[in-house]
Design a protein around this ligand. Structure first.
Ligand code: UDP
Length: 243
């Protein structure tokens, strides 16, 4: 991986949101295979404890900074990143361009009613996209092989997986070798948002870098997960000291 900034041992690709979408589009059009991880502080912290996950994300072609915490951390060590590159915005950018070029997209993840709504939405908003597969994310491990075969047959240019981390990244890494082409990206809760089932933080919260706080307030069950943020800040402080 080139052009990276290392944060707690994780190499983040230094790219702007728009340039990243263009780069992935180029890869898709040229029938290349790419694995993308969008990582926030929670994911960085998880990678410190879960060695299997750590190895999985190191196989990615790109790890990008999906979280203001990572962007600030990079700045604090004097190696600024160009900005946030979120899974959600990357997916939107790619859908837009995939629509212009009539490309093939496969969606896996979220609850059955969410994926149904997502397909309806994509069919209306991006009517030139060929949806070559769509299924919910509540399948058993033994079904994974058949799903991978189905993706292979579908000749998908883009495969978006909304299974939550670390499952989506582990899934991609387990089957990646099967494929010669396709842009594979885990997108967390993005199907819930794009389908209209969950609201993304209003722009005010995003502008003031408080999207993480909005998510805790609107889904209080997430507060435990949010503890990763102070743990991340502490670990960064230590890294800076060790310099
Ligand atoms: N999900 C899924 N299968 C599962 C568990 C979760 O498809 O077995 C979906 C869930 O419905 C949601 C997404 O994965 O759409 C996880 O969203 P979250 O916001 O928690 O993403 P994260 O922050 O973990 O990336």
């Amino acid at each position: 991986m080139k052009r990276t900034v290392e944060i707690l041992g994780i190499p983040f690709y230094n790219v702007s949101q728009n340039a990243f979408v263009d780069e992935l589009m180029d890869a898709a059009v040229n029938k290349k295979r790419k694995f993308i991880v969008t990582a926030n502080p929670e994911i960085v912290m998880h990678a410190q404890q879960d060695l299997e996950f750590n190895q999985v994300i190191r196989q990615a072609d790109y790890i990008v900074a999906d979280g203001i915490g990572v962007v600030k951390a990079a700045k604090s060590i004097g190696k600024p990143l160009k900005g946030r590159v979120t899974g959600y915005d990357t997916m939107l950018g790619l859908l837009e361009k995939a629509n212009e070029m009539k490309l093939r997209v496969y969606f896996i993840g979220a609850k059955p009613n969410v994926i149904e709504k997502l397909v309806e939405h994509v069919n209306v908003k991006y009517s030139n996209i060929q949806i070559v597969g769509a299924r919910d994310g509540y399948f058993a491990a033994f079904e994974s092989e058949a799903i991978a075969e189905d993706i292979l047959r579908s000749q998908a240019d883009f495969v978006f997986l909304a299974l939550g981390f670390p499952r989506q990244e582990k899934w991609i890494s387990a089957y990646l070798e099967k494929f010669e082409k396709g842009v594979f990206m885990g997108v967390g809760g993005s199907f819930d948002v794009l389908s209209g089932c969950t609201k993304r933080a209003p722009s005010f919260w995003v502008k003031f870098n408080l999207e993480w706080l909005y998510r805790i307030l609107s889904q209080p069950s997430r507060w435990k997960r949010a503890l990763a943020i102070p743990r991340f800040m502490l670990a960064m402080k230590k890294q800076r000291r060790q310099g």
